[in-house]
Ligand binder design. Sequence first.
Ligand SMILES: Cc1ncc(COP(=O)(O)O)c(C=O)c1O
Length: 361
Amino acid sequence: MTNRAFNFNAGPAAMPLEVLEQAQAEMLDFKGTGMSVMEMSHRSKEFESVIQTAEADLRQLLGIPANYKVMFLQGGATLQFAMLPMNLRPASASADYIVTGVWGQTAIKEAKKLGTARAAASTEAEGFKSIPEKLDLDPSAAYLHFTSNETIHGVEYFNEPTPSADVPLVCDASSDFISHPIDVSKYGLIYAGAQKNAGPSGVTIVIVREDLLERTPANLPVMLDYKTLAASGSLHNTPPSFSVYIVGLVFKWALKVGGLAAIEKTNRIKADLVYKAIDNSGGFYNGPVQPAARSVMNVPFRLPSEELEEAFVKESQKAGLIGLKGHRSVGGIRASLYNAVSVEAVQALTNFMAEFQRQNG
Ligand SMILES: Cc1ncc(COP(=O)(O)O)c(C=O)c1O
């Protein structure tokens, strides 16, 4: 078998081996068409089936109610930071944001360029280590936005915040999408770049309650217009067809391994292994996030010095553990434990952590 790295990259990230193998097997001849999905017309019946099956499988996986539309868009989650207020916030209205890390901060900054947005809470002053207990909600806000998992700071929501009555809840779920079950009916809109749990970069999934599409103003450029894009079944123009195909294979894989409840169970086992390694290290490894908000997906931690952190990254790479360097804005170490990262990979990491401490502690 090909030598596969233990991949802890934050995104693009590890893919399920079975998905890669299936894509490889179908690369030259997808279902008797004599071509790869990337070579076929996005208007062909074969591709139509690819995108419709991907949507149907995602609907089953997340239990998406019938009154929600699913879109496969481009521009990453970053484009959603702008599309969201353009579509869902009327010109005279304000939108609320809960800021628990860099991504929430980036989202509100983008929303402010285009109109009024306010922070209903921010944990910035304490260094983004927790979920805020109190929210200062605007009852007339166009929506309440939160980031379910802050990929850089490793802060995750395990229960959605509660908005004021009739204020739709909007979630940037980029880094914990399909990592555990959620109740979609609590949300007005969910968006996620695919390149962590759902597949390759190039496609962004948007799930939106149908009635909210009526807010889209008439004068938006078409590629920024949820209403038109949803009505076209994500086929207004050429979609990122190969990325959609791979994302569809990932949804099938997720169903096959038992769905989101089974995936969550494995993810919790993996996260527990790493947090235990941190907590049992006598302070050699130090996780900054408050226990109740510790992310199951991204585990940031520090060592006693930057020199030791540098050595940890270098030696872990030599041991076949890839992608453990923390985000450049915060430093330290970060282990991303997305769905496709195996328990075996995480055990290799915790064994490495113990050995590194033995030699350097
Ligand atoms: C939570 C979150 N939101 C947004 C983004 C930006 O995503 P993209 O690069 O797809 O625009 C990221 C990227 O890592 C992220 O982790």
